[in-house]
Write a protein that binds this ligand. Structure first.
Ligand code: HEM
Length: 487
């Protein structure tokens, strides 16, 4: 048994294949089959990896079970890898739980020609919304208006913002993808959003991580069947909307991304191209990708912002003073960002400290590469450790504190910081970055203009917990806040 385990370990860990081709990145000694699992906190793997980077340097190897992973840490190293070696480090590693569902389609987890066709298509449609940037801004403002009304309805009583934020942000994706929004009371819509978010949490759970490492052993883990059920539900609902849009399509009047996709598909077919990547399966996965990647991320970041404001009331005072002085009671516009340097710094600092996607998404090398003197074989899984950049001690004065001055100069002007990398960088940089930045600005500023955020009665600011909840993204732990109307 020992001999077999050792053989599996040697073959799966690629130890043989790298011999003779250069130094392999160092790392803790792995056990057969288990790799370094016993050393890794599966609930917060990014913390362990951060600690290991202090010991083994900015390029190191760990074994997650039999899976060899090269971890990249620190601003300089990530910048060099993701930008200067964009091609070599630019493929995606599709984790098993996703592979069985998406099979290389869509944008988030795809590679090769399909990704090269789908990414620009999705990007153009996100950016332009089919109608231009201003229309996108107007949609965000409109959606934020609905949210404000619902917040007002709580009359300053404590409530959990999670679902409402998710519905509101998800509605922006609905407008982009379907061309229409839903009422927050629509039960089908609520179900779709709630289930999508449950899935995002489940995908990051320790049991699914175990499944991803040992799919052949851990087939029956509890959360896997729930993910499959959610996938089936979401697919069915999306298909119903898709079929309706297909039947009512008017190529002269694109309502959203689905219409644009169908029009492109038809025009390719009309020119005799029948084997393009513009097929229904790809479209269904893109839709899911945009909801998964574009809802919880933005909603969670806004929620971190509100929680931080309740925890640090003096910073909230400064934000509100600036908003009232510069904007007054009129509607905030994207244009206002440059006149609101403190508010902008608070939003950036929220994203930095919240660090919601701490390990980016797993990358994979597209070819053999020698990087910083280390040989990394083609097909190696790579984790760009974004935490190590957002908390890099050589880049940030107070990496572990909430310190908006990180983004301000001595005159209080906003300063861009290169090590601000919550959207990652390079070829696989977040596709929704510019949309997300617009959303964060409009939502955060409008909410702070209209409400004072405080802890519930009987809870002190100190008691508000900033420990993130475990999931695929880092969420605030469950909490309630009061949104006391200001106008
Ligand atoms: C990828 C962060 C919002 C769509 C990513 C990645 C990160 C990220 C870290 C992985 C990059 C890598 O692997 O190197 C965020 C954050 C957001 C946000 C912090 C909000 C605060 C959005 C939105 C959308 C979106 C609003 C779309 C509507 C995507 C897609 C990818 C991606 C499609 C995959 C890109 C590819 O593989 O080519 N995002 N994201 N994201 N994001 Fe976002």
């Amino acid at each position: 048994l020992v001999a077999v385990l050792l053989l599996v370990y040697l073959i799966s860990s690629n130890n043989f294949s790298s011999l003779g081709e250069g130094r392999v990145p160092p790392g803790p000694r792995p056990l057969p089959v288990l790799g370094n699992l016993l050393q890794i906190d599966l609930k917060r793997p990014y913390n362990t990896l951060l600690k290991l980077s202090k010991k083994y340097g900015s390029v190191f190897t760990v074994y997650l079970g039999p899976q060899k992973v090269v971890v990249l840490a620190g601003y300089e190293t990530l910048k060099e890898a993701l930008i200067n070696y964009a091609d070599e480090f630019g493929d995606r590693f599709e984790i098993p739980i996703i592979k069985e569902e998406q099979n290389g389609h869509g944008v988030l987890w795809s590679n090769g020609d399909s990704w090269r066709d789908m990414r620009p298509f999705a990007l153009t449609n996100l950016r332009d919304f089919g109608m231009g940037k201003k229309a996108c801004e107007d949609k965000i403002i409109e959606e934020c208006g609905y949210l404000v009304e619902v917040f007002k309805g709580f009359k300053g009583e404590p409530f959990d913002t999670t679902q409402l934020m998710n519905y509101s942000v998800s509605n922006i994706i609905c407008s982009i993808v379907y061309g229409s929004r839903f009422e927050y009371s629509d039960t089908k819509f609520r179900s779709m959003v709630d289930k999508t978010n449950r899935k995002v949490q489940l995908v990051g759970s320790p049991s699914i991580q175990m499944y991803n490492m040992f799919p052949w052993i851990c087939q029956w883990v509890r959360n896997r069947s729930e993910i499959t059920k959610i996938n089936t539900f979401i697919k069915k609902e999306n298909l119903a909307i898709f079929n309706h849009l297909k039947e009512t399509l008017n190529p002269q009047l694109c309502r959203g991304l689905i219409d644009a996709f169908l029009v492109r598909k038809q025009s390719l077919e009309d020119s005799g191209i029948t084997n393009s990547h513009f097929h229904d399966e790809n479209l269904m996965v893109i839709i899911q990708n945009l909801f998964v990647a574009g809802t919880e991320t933005t909603a969670t970041t806004v929620r971190w912002g509100l929680l931080l404001m309740a925890k640090y009331p003096k910073i909230q005072d400064q934000v509100q003073e600036e908003i009232i002085r510069v904007i007054g009671s009129r509607q905030v516009q994207i244009e206002d960002r440059k006149s609101l340097p403190f508010t902008d710094a608070v939003i950036h600092e929220t994203q930095r400290l919240a660090n919601i996607v701490p390990m980016a998404l797993p990358h994979r090398t597209s070819k053999d590469v020698t990087f910083q003197g280390f040989f990394i074989k083609k097909g190696t899984v790579v984790y760009p450790l974004l935490t190590s950049v957002l908390y890099d001690e050589s880049e940030w004065e107070k990496p572990l504190s909430f310190h908006p001055a990180h983004f301000l100069d001595k005159d209080g002007k906003f300063v861009k910081r290169d090590a601000f990398m919550p959207f990652s960088a390079g070829r696989r940089i977040c596709l929704g970055e510019s949309l997300a930045r617009m959303e964060l600005f409009i939502f955060f500023t409008t909410l702070l203009q209209r409400f004072r955020f405080t802890p519930p009665p009987g809870v002190s600011e100190d008691e508000l917990d900033l420990t993130p909840r475990v999931g695929f993204t880092l969420n605030p732990s469950p909490h309630k806040l009061c949104a006391v109307p200001l106008m």
